[in-house]
Ligand binder design. Sequence first.
Ligand code: 13P
Ligand code: SF4
Length: 306
Amino acid sequence: MLTTRELQDEIIRLKKEKDICILAHAYQSHDIWEVADYVGDSYGLSVQAAKAAQSTVLMCGVRFMAETVKILSPQKRVLLSNSNAGCPMAEQMDVELISGVKKMYPDYTVVAYINTTSELKTICDVCVTSSSAVQIVKNIENKNILFIPDCNLGKWVADQVPEKNIKLLQGGCPTHVRMSKRDVEKARKAHPDALLLVHPECLPEVSELADYRGSTTGIMDYAKKSDAKEFIIGTENSIVQHLQFACPDKQFYPLSRDCVCHNMKLTTLGDVYQCVKGTGGEEIKLDEEVRIKAKRCIDTMLELGN
Ligand code: 13P
Ligand code: SF4
């Protein structure tokens, strides 16, 4: 049996030999971070996906992230590390539902969080991620915005861009909404000197009490640069471990031990090994018409997000 280090060395050897770029979302485990060519939030992964020079891209994350790579780079072979890894929020709204809503709000620009299916992106105007949403919504000419599917992220954007008329629907991340105001009260009492850093997918009752709100990478950058020594982290709990590793002289506490995304946790180093060996993962295939229409939405995000 190979040790973790030996498995990692073999993955690194095979990815070079087979011209594979490994992209990992920040919620992946540390042993996967160590073999990745790039680790980041959804926006960073989209930018890297568009630039990667290799002929194959292996996405360690969830399905919509691998689909984003395929939408941007159809000539590449794109693999999803574990075919069961989906984002439940991305499945909450479909083309039929949003087509109906669009008829009710014909003069609204439809802004889709990138955590949506490729099919749904075909009928939306622009994608956003947590790190680009505020700037992109500000840059849209239309005052009327229909923001889907995450109403918590949408409310956070609406609060920062009050000049826009933002209509929200009832969707959201089942992992982040597990954290409550009560969790904040308990954590603040236990760690009175700590700063609270949260993801904007959290409920408003949590976000409103935070010292900083931002994407997974935004939270990590903030904690690394801050002079503070203690932090309560309101996002997927892998970020607590990554930060503790990166900043051993600081202390990090999870806002709730329940903030675990079981889909992000599905991928193991063993899956990554099977993928680079050629015996695992799922190759992403998209209908060409869907891909072209969905690409407009992501291209607009990359243009407006710069
Ligand atoms: P980020 O864009 O912050 O990486 O968020 C993606 C995600 O799925 C958070 O739950
Ligand atoms: Fe989807 Fe939430 Fe998991 Fe992110 S944390 S992948 S939004 S379910």
